[in-house]
Design a protein around this ligand. Sequence first.
Ligand SMILES: [Zn+2]
Length: 410
Amino acid sequence: MPASLLVRQARLPGHDDLQDVLVRDGRIAAIGTSVAAPRPDVLDDVPVEDVAGALVLPGLIDAHCHVDKTLWGGPWVPHAAGPRLVDRIANERDRRTDLGLPSPEHAADLLRHMATLGTTRVRTHTDVDPALGLAGIESVAKAADAVRGLVDVEQVAFPQDGVIRRPGTLELLEAALDAGATTLGGIDPAGVDDDPLGQLDALFEIAARRGAGIDIHLHDTGSLGAWQFGLVARRTVAFGLQGKVALSHADALGTVPEDERFRLIDLLAESGVAVITAAVYDVPVPSVRDLAERGVTLACGSDGIRDLWGPYGNGDMIERAMHVAYRNGLRRDEDIALALDCATTGAAHLLGLDSYGLVPGAPGDLVVVPARTVAEAVVARPTRSLVVKDGHVIARHGELVHPTHLEFPS
Ligand SMILES: [Zn+2]
């Protein structure tokens, strides 16, 4: 049930004076230096939160995570996989069932934690393969139900172990769309599947026929990765899917010579293909400034969070923006703000949200950060003092608010 709330004395990016933000029935109704005047009586029934000059941002978006894989809330599991991508895939296949994965409880625990950090929307890649079938999709759907009203969750059906080399996966990916996934995933059409045309032709055919989006993990580096940018861009235009296709990681952008990098970025911009980065470990990161300047949609996400792929990650999208900024060598305030854009406006654009941000009509999803500027917030990453979802206060000082309008199944 959407609610109303007046947030007073908010420091908003781009405004010199402190502002009031009025949320009515779950949507931002007005922003101004004094939205209560001249008719304070009309706000009599609206709860007020005075944030005393703290920074207010729109609800954060994690555009790429894997909540079906997380061990969050369970015992500590030491990392045991070998060093290569194929080692990690094999290790996960061997151990996930014994560890009770996929687990709706772990996924919901993590999503609740993300809510306390100001994340109000998540796009998560869920493993779909012949061994699991759609169990992961169903598990994440259960977790999404458990956190309804805190975080909105959408799923990418993700073929972690390949598409063409694992017969039956393609049919399961399409079945996942019937089970609620909105987007088809892919993975290194060359490097993992060894059949780039086969994987891409199959994914684009289904996406075009079903009106789904596509989001491909592309770790392939150098000229092999760059060549696949062209394959994806041409199919995006040919199938009319501009604005609905993304490359996650897109490692090639960080591993080709500069002139080739600019050619690839222009190709992405012209074909309406977005990039999603996580800036994890030592993987190459795309240049935030180059992508922004040349008009490519750039979002970011946590990728794996405390799972069989690695022990790191905590679901904090302000910390993720710090990693993106740090790995890009960004120091100026306006550049650091570009990194946070990946978790706000860039991610909203990627997800095709109709309205988003600190503007009238946008959802009443807000996060209050005790900082004076966006750059200070990203650098200091302080505990969020308040998180608001659909006009409801859902968290204070890093803890979910109890009781709220919601039941919290455990
Ligand atoms: Zn991923």
